[in-house]
Design a protein around this ligand. Structure first.
Ligand code: SAM
Length: 248
């Protein structure tokens, strides 16, 4: 068995050839496996910069990609989440293209952040078009530039499937929320049904490439282990996503 490295392809896309007893078919199969492996490695990087670049790429198409799920499921749950809001000073993290703008309470003072400039640009368009009163800032959830105990309410919808470090991000949300303040999440989570969880784990790499988000994160566990004084999971939430309310 020989291992050949094709010198004409550089960097990450360099192909590795394995020829087994000069059998071309087997060598081809091995090539396909290796190419898949390297492509997956390239697309599946989960560090902050790679995630940001993925959202920068899909930002112009994001609303279109989500349209069906939004219409059938998410819209109703966003309404339900925003109806729970108990406070005036609100921070929305991972605002994306501004899909929650329609549900912002009229009397609230809202700041919203995202670290993808392309997603924020879409949010800026929507803000102008819909005349929404919101301050948009380019910022990383994992290191927020706000003082401790600044906000009455902190909100994240479909964000914890994509942040690089959910634990670090949760700590930050907790830090900037005032004591007794509310933290609301609407999040895609791994199913508690073992078979479904296995399936979600299986298709997660595809979802990461297509939607730039993980569908198999155990966000409920992460929230519960964060030391909040109160955590409630909406009993009517579906199998795939949960409305979570926490109090600091
Ligand atoms: C799936 S989108 C959800 C957008 C919006 N919240 C919604 O409900 O449609 C996830 C968003 O989180 C943002 N995001 C991911 N990691 C982040 C981080 N570390 N800091 C700030 N924003 C982040 C992405 O840029 C993206 O806009």
């Amino acid at each position: 068995m020989r291992l050949l490295i094709r010198p004409d392809l550089s960097g990450r896309f360099r192909l590795f050839y394995m020829t087994v007893n000069n059998n071309v078919d087997e060598a081809l199969v091995c090539t396909v496996i290796f190419v898949n492996y390297f492509l997956l490695k390239c697309f599946m990087k989960s560090d902050s910069l790679a995630i940001k670049q993925r959202y920068d790429r899909i930002a112009p198409y994001f609303d279109g990609l989500q349209a069906i799920m939004e219409g059938f499921f998410y819209r109703r749950w966003r309404k339900k989440l925003w109806a729970k809001v108990d406070g005036i000073h609100i921070l929305e993290v991972g605002v994306g293209t501004g899909k929650n703008f329609d549900y912002y309470p009229a009397d609230a003072q809202i700041t919203a952040i995202d670290y993808s400039s392309a997603m924020l640009k879409q949010a800026e368009y929507k803000k102008t078009r819909k005349a929404v009163a919101v301050t948009l800032n380019l910022m990383d959830i994992q290191s927020l530039c706000y003082a401790d105990n600044t906000f009455d309410v902190v909100i994240a919808t479909f964000v914890f499937g994509s942040v690089a470090s959910p634990q670090k991000s949760l700590k930050e949300l907790c830090r900037v929320c005032r004591p007794g303040g509310q933290i609301l999440f609407l999040e895609q989570v791994v199913s508690s049904r073992p078979l479904l969880a296995k399936f979600m784990n299986l298709i997660n790499p595809i979802m990461r490439v297509v939607m730039a988000a993980n569908i198999n994160r155990d966000t409920i566990k992460h929230v519960k282990s964060c030391g909040f004084s109160f955590v409630n999971i909406d009993a009517d939430s579906g199998v795939f996503f949960k409305l979570i309310e926490a109090r600091k």
